[in-house]
Write a protein that binds this ligand. Structure first.
Ligand code: ADP
Ligand code: MG
Ligand code: MG
Length: 208
């Protein structure tokens, strides 16, 4: 995986989120303020535009840190800051031009650490962390069992989807949904749902 593949990942994530923007926004309308899908679609589209302008020899680190900075400024809201941090931290972890499964695993771990450092959410708080933490764990587990990058990315995407679904019975303890208290139970967390799409996009571009 190289810088061009990472750009393809962000492009694929932008496509998947745009296609599902209405659903994500409805999920956010149920337990938040109803802006998640459209805000994230706008932020990712802006990131794609900025990446298209990067020089051809841009590094993996530049691709992800640039995408992260753009998300912070163009998405807005909690998720813009959190996804922006995730991509910037993942990018900083990438110090080579050719990324193997080990490097990608390290980048995903940094993304999770960035989200948790900023947002202070733990698993079980009904946030994107529930999808991302499972994805990171599944990626590493698959890698240790000998999976290649595509196989590990496929495992991560499946785990992110499971993690998102697992938020349904949870009561939110972070973000806007926490203001609802017990009334947040029974709804899928929008940020966990978008994280599952972003991991799906990663699996798609790696062939997983
Ligand atoms: P906002 O609530 O500011 O409108 P979004 O609607 O774009 O932001 O994103 C909401 C999502 O952000 C939630 O569904 C949740 O997954 C995630 N989120 C909110 N606060 C946190 C937090 N402290 N840690 C991790 N994720 C969070
Ligand atoms: Mg919102
Ligand atoms: Mg908002």
């Amino acid at each position: 995986m190289n810088a061009a593949d990472l750009t393809a990942w962000i492009r694929r994530a932008a496509e998947l989120v745009a296609a599902d923007a209405e659903r994500l926004t409805e999920l956010d309308a149920a337990i938040g303020d109803g802006d998640h899908g459209h805000n994230l679609a706008r932020g990712l589209a802006a990131a794609v535009d900025v990446l298209d302008e990067l020089p051809a020899d841009a590094s993996p680190q530049q691709v992800l840190t640039t995408a992260g900075r753009t998300l912070v400024s163009k998405t807005g809201g909690a998720s813009g800051a959190l996804y922006g941090m995730a991509l910037r931290r993942a990018g900083k972890a990438l110090k080579v031009d050719e990324i193997d499964a080990r490097w990608l695993g390290a980048a995903l771990r940094e993304a999770l650490a960035g989200v948790q450092d900023l947002g202070k959410a733990e698993e079980g708080d009904k946030t994107m962390v529930d999808a991302l933490a499972r994805a990171v764990a599944a990626f590493d587990a698959a890698r240790h069992e000998g999976a290649d990058l595509a196989g590990a990315a496929r495992a991560a995407a499946a785990a992110a989807e499971e993690g998102a679904q697992a938020t349904v019975p949870m009561q939110a303890r972070k973000g806007r949904a926490s203001y609802l208290g017990p009334r947040s139970v029974g709804h899928l967390d929008p940020g966990a749902a978008s994280t599952a799409l972003i991991l799906r996009a990663l699996a798609d571009v790696t062939g997983g």
